[in-house]
Design a protein around this ligand. Structure first.
Ligand SMILES: Nc1ncnc2c1ncn2[C@@H]1O[C@H](COP(=O)(O)OP(=O)(O)OP(=O)(O)O)[C@@H](O)[C@H]1O
Ligand SMILES: [Mg+2]
Length: 250
């Protein structure tokens, strides 16, 4: 069974960047196969990984609802959707990727999540790691994809407000009685020691911090992928030092 690593945290904290760096590290250390899932309806994980957008689950659902006759006779619609979604997985150099997108047409957004969950349950046997980049906020936490994370990586800035928001994520997970095995806190863009009391209050296991890295910001402005970042870039080095705890398999 694969290890599911899911990102969480408030807007702009660095979830997508860190998900992409985790994927790069897993690929380069050759510790196992990896499926990247972009579960943010405003997808951009693919772009940060240097890829062109392919078909996503939202597009597939729109297509089938506009052309119901595409479902072969004798095949249940759900089976057909599942088959289509599996064939939308893009095979890249060293990792695969699937994007959730959002349907344009009428219909419940949670349906996309249900489809993703169904496919994920099957795919978890085919990969050593599944890395899920989520949208900001708390809403996705009640969805079933985050519910089964082995490791939830909560990304925060070092401010009191930021850490309070990380604490709320933890409280919600406890309330919802999720089966998340490890809830890890990663403080991003910070070079100093964070106040230990504030860290403890979050209720999350503090993993460490990643520095502000001007090289990362520059790449992002230029629209270049994380694969252009040198191995010696401060954020890359720091992540690799903490990495073991993120991708270690229990
Ligand atoms: N440690 C860092 N040093 C410098 N720039 C960073 C660092 N971490 C993230 N960034 C930059 O900050 C911006 C926001 O990061 P990112 O898109 O990963 O955040 P996010 O949490 O995924 O945002 P959203 O909530 O909108 O999905 C990006 O331009 C990214 O390159
Ligand atoms: Mg993001």
């Amino acid at each position: 069974m694969g290890t599911i690593i899911a990102m969480a945290g408030k807007g702009g904290t660095g979830k997508t960047t860190i998900a992409a760096l985790i994927i790069r590290s897993i690929k380069e250390t050759k510790i196992g196969s990896v499926l990247a899932i972009d579960a943010d309806p405003n997808s951009n994980l693919g772009e940060v990984l240097g890829l062109k957008a392919g078909r996503n689950i939202g597009m597939i659902l729109d297509d089938i609802s506009a052309n119901p006759d595409k479902v072969p006779s004798g095949m249940a619609k759900d089976r057909f959707i599942e088959y289509q979604v599996q064939s939308a997985i893009q095979e890249e150099d060293g990792f695969d990727i699937l994007s959730m997108g959002k349907p344009e047409g009428p219909g419940c957004y949670c349906y996309v999540n249900n489809v993703l969950r169904g496919v994920m349950i099957k795919l978890i046997k085919d990969y050593n790691y599944i890395v899920i980049d989520n949208e900001a906020g708390l809403e996705h936490l009640s969805r079933r994809t985050t519910r089964f994370a082995d490791k939830l990586v909560v990304v925060s800035d070092a401010s009191s407000v930021g850490l309070k928001s990380a604490q709320r994520i933890n409280e919600l997970i406890e309330q919802l009685k999720f089966k998340v095995r490890e809830k890890l806190l990663l403080v991003n863009r910070f070079n100093k020691n964070v106040d230990k009391i504030k860290l403890k209050e979050t209720g999350l296991e503090y993993l460490g911090s990643l520095p502000y890295d001007p090289l990362m910001e520059e790449l992002s402005f230029e629209g270049k992928s994380v694969f252009n970042l040198s191995k010696d870039a401060p954020i890359m080095k720091a992540l690799n030092l903490l990495g073991d705890q993120i991708w270690k398999r229990n």
